[in-house]
Design a protein around this ligand. Structure first.
Ligand SMILES: Nc1nc2c(ncn2[C@@H]2O[C@H](COP(=O)(O)OP(=O)(O)O)[C@@H](O)[C@H]2O)c(=O)[nH]1
Ligand SMILES: [Mg+2]
Length: 204
């Protein structure tokens, strides 16, 4: 088990990448050093400003992220600091993706879940009731929850709480996952970030 790793997983387009970028900024990063690791082993490092990262790494179309993005952050805890490696991953889908590149990235994501101490499972609260869209609550979310909830470092992030329809979505999520810790957040407006930070600090 990798002690200081915190992985963000969930379906495609739920807001994982935007969350990672804005959360890193919230923790004090001005320049992001992003290490991209591809399923075939290729890796490279790039530096981004927060604005650049948002433009280049997030997208309203699905599967913008086809590899792992690793970002080192330091979280102040009292007078000390904790180092955490935040890992953004390729979005999951229901069934089998037609593109091999994405299938490989998805299995790369799943392997990570096995090893990471902290698993932040992101669900798009605004799409919980929208059956059949790529980012709606689906079978794969129940599978993640079943697999990961045995761990103390597992939490569900109910994202896009800035949207109207998310309120009902959050209530539905609470009913579906009564035993899990659910943190309502808005990756876009940096809401709920203190709760996420506290959860991460408690578990590293
Ligand atoms: N309104 C709203 N939109 C969001 C939020 N988080 C992400 N998005 C949008 O959702 C889309 C997918 O975001 P992205 O981070 O690329 O999703 P990923 O595929 O899970 O990494 C983008 O158009 C984002 O701007 C949020 O908290 N509120
Ligand atoms: Mg992404």
């Amino acid at each position: 088990m990798k002690e200081n790793e915190c992985v963000i997983i969930g379906k495609t387009n739920v807001g994982k990448t935007l969350f990672v970028i804005n959360f890193a900024e919230y923790l004090g990063c001005k320049i992001l050093k992003v290490e991209s690791v591809y399923p075939d082993g290729r890796q490279f490092e790039r530096l981004f400003s927060i604005k650049e990262a948002t433009l280049k790494l997030t997208d309203s179309n699905p599967h913008k992220t086809k590899c792992l993005h690793k970002i080192n952050v330091t979280i102040p805890v009292g007078k000390k600091k904790k180092k955490v490696l935040i890992i953004d991953s390729c979005g999951l889908i229901e069934g089998i993706h037609p593109e091999e590149e994405i299938r490989k990235a998805i299995s790369q994501t799943l392997a990570l879940v096995r090893d990471s101490k902290i698993i932040l499972h992101m669900i798009d609260a605004s799409a919980v009731e929208k059956k059949g869209t790529l980012n709606s609550l689906g079978e794969v979310d129940y599978q993640i929850a079943q697999f990961a909830q045995l761990r103390s470092g597992y939490a569900i992030l109910a994202n896009k709480m800035d949207l109207l329809e998310s309120k009902n979505g959050l209530n539905k999520l609470k009913g579906e996952f009564p035993a899990n810790y659910i943190i309502p957040i808005s990756a876009l407006y940096k809401r709920g970030f203190k709760e996420v930070k506290d959860f991460v600090v408690r578990n590293v």
